[in-house]
Design a protein around this ligand. Sequence first.
Ligand SMILES: NC(=O)c1ccc[n+]([C@@H]2O[C@H](COP(=O)([O-])OP(=O)(O)OC[C@H]3O[C@@H](n4cnc5c(N)ncnc54)[C@H](OP(=O)(O)O)[C@@H]3O)[C@@H](O)[C@H]2O)c1
Ligand SMILES: *[C@@H]1O[C@H](CO)[C@@H](O)[C@H](O)[C@H]1NC(C)=O
Ligand SMILES: *[C@@H]1O[C@H](CO)[C@@H](O)[C@H](O)[C@H]1NC(C)=O
Length: 399
Amino acid sequence: MIGIGLAFSGIILSWIIYQTSIAQPPSSEMPLPYHNVETGGYYHTKWWYEEVENQDLVTGDAVARLANDVALITGGNAGIGKGIAVELCKLGVGTVVITSRSLNRAKKTVTELVEDGICKKGQIQGMQVDLADLDSVHALANDFKSRFSKLNYFVENAGGVIIPGQYPGPHVNKEGFEALYAGNYLGHFLLLQLLLDLIESSHPARISLTSSIAHWGVTNNLTSLLPTKGWDARKSQGNGTLIGAVEQYCNTKFLQIAMAFELQQRLGGNSHITITPTAPGFINTNIPSGNREKTMPPINPLGRSPKHGAETTLHALFSKSIEGKTGYFLQPYWSPLHQNLPLGPLGLSVLLWEWLFQRITWGCFMWLPHPKTHDLSFQKQLWEESLKVVGLGPPSSSV
Ligand SMILES: NC(=O)c1ccc[n+]([C@@H]2O[C@H](COP(=O)([O-])OP(=O)(O)OC[C@H]3O[C@@H](n4cnc5c(N)ncnc54)[C@H](OP(=O)(O)O)[C@@H]3O)[C@@H](O)[C@H]2O)c1
Ligand SMILES: *[C@@H]1O[C@H](CO)[C@@H](O)[C@H](O)[C@H]1NC(C)=O
Ligand SMILES: *[C@@H]1O[C@H](CO)[C@@H](O)[C@H](O)[C@H]1NC(C)=O
């Protein structure tokens, strides 16, 4: 009885906090560079399909336009990525390419979606890439460019966490990078570099990155996340600890956002590419397994479906109101700005929050990520060092 009462008051209390803490949209354009917690500027908004000016997206001429568009979703064979592929097929995007580390798994999903009548034959295609393997990333980029002359929707979605003892390896890639650091961050960084000219020559052009609210659990020592510095190789190896793996997950999800913001800055106001990091919500997928050959039963009774998990990405790809916007993070539910909470080193309070409150606050939020994602000098250093380690940087000077 007392438990029910407490839970009930908890829900009422969070509802009140929720209602009173939604900031109004900024009246004028937020100044660059980027927002910060002090100036606010985060708000609840309509989903893309509720925006009046977007009503034509699913009717008439727009359908014909989407029919010529090309999308690439890394990790599109399972979980949230598959949920995104389903929605893009339904909307009529002409070509939807999904990747897996196994070409067979990608093809299996292609067959399934065609047989279920969700995607048309030829509309969805499977390709292979292991993002932790930089040669494999080069091969995908070359193959993609030889097959397609544009890329309108690039969804950097693949990723996961490596549970010690579950992941078959290799735990360290050829270049010496730990698998999770390479797979969740560095491989996506390289793929972005290799496809950027193709994206730039495409209209429309949108990039969405599936990050996570877990990025709030980032380490205090950002320097240790730079690819040429001390990122800890032992942390998430198959023989590491679970805590180490979760820490590394939080770190890589942080790096995705920092990378997105740096790209926004580098492209500046002259580019037509809109780049948006997102959180999908707490979604029931294979993510806890850490071993791609095994499927885990959903561990989260309050988790939502991959269809829900696709919503922020679709907003990033199609919303008119987010076009050209920088510095935002899309969340599918309200959350407090977590650094104000007593945040454990692993962001457990963040996860607990997401778990308990996402359903009652579900909606589209142009939200602020961790303030350190806006650290301009870190972003710049991360970008430059990443270019260097993937072999795309300027030749090192002999001085
Ligand atoms: N589920 C959640 O609650 C949640 C919450 C926040 C953020 N996310 C993020 O959402 C994204 C999708 O995860 P999910 O929940 O849908 O998990 P999932 O069902 O395990 O799907 C992960 C996808 O990523 C691919 N992948 C993983 N590591 C890869 C690598 N090194 N190279 C290439 N592809 C790789 C997998 O392909 P194969 O295994 O077939 O190779 C699979 O298609 C991830 O970035 C995750 O961090 C999920
Ligand atoms: C942060 O990490 C760097 C690189 O690993 C290390 O050299 C430095 O000592 C660390 N700083 C602190 C305060 O721990
Ligand atoms: C863990 O794995 C790495 C790379 O696979 C290896 O170099 C290291 O020795 C292993 N550590 C232990 C304690 O087994």
